[in-house]
Design a binder for this molecule. Structure first.
Ligand SMILES: [Zn+2]
Length: 169
């Protein structure tokens, strides 16, 4: 994705208030991130470990989504260890269930969409082999080319964003 700055990031959030968006802790060193290897920017809140954020290019603009670890989900019941966006497998707490409030009225009524994601939201880097999962064989479909894996990651993320945005209707 193209590099984006603080102002664009804060303006991109679709499922929280402007006030909340203005208080979000952004990742450190934005200018030095490997933007050319990112399909989306994702990060965990350094001050609140149960909160994460992702900002993705979509159409002409950007879409930002705030995510939370849902309350009351016990780890022992979350057996999925494969990220639903980049399909990388991780041991232990490397994949986490995150819920996004839907955009618009549905979200204000408490309606959320959940998905399993790499806990560090570094899907783009796992797909490109720039970051390694601690599993010995974290992928099941090695026959895919890098381009195909990237395309699938973008498609999966897009499907998730679509569900979040569906709350606006
Ligand atoms: Zn992932």
């Amino acid at each position: 994705m193209d590099p984006v700055g603080e102002k664009e990031i804060r303006a991109s959030f679709v499922n929280c208030s402007k006030g909340e968006a203005s208080r979000i802790n952004l990742p450190a060193g934005l200018a030095g991130l490997p933007w050319e290897d990112l399909d989306f920017l994702g990060w965990r809140d350094p001050g609140a470990p149960d909160r994460s954020y992702l900002v993705a290019p979509r159409g002409e603009g950007l879409i930002g989504v705030t995510l939370r670890v849902p309350q009351g989900v016990r780890r022992s019941f979350t057996k999925t260890t494969v990220c639903s966006v980049c399909t990388t497998g991780h041991p232990g707490s490397g994949v986490t269930l995150l819920a996004a409030r839907r955009a618009g009225p549905a979200g204000r009524q408490g309606n959320t969409v959940g998905t399993y994601l790499c806990a560090d939201l570094a899907c783009s880097l796992y797909v490109r082999g720039r970051k390694k999962s601690q599993l010995a064989s974290p992928r099941y479909e090695e026959a895919l080319t890098l381009e195909e894996r990237i395309a699938r990651t973008v498609r999966n993320l897009d499907a998730f964003l679509e569900k979040v945005l569906a709350g606006e209707k």
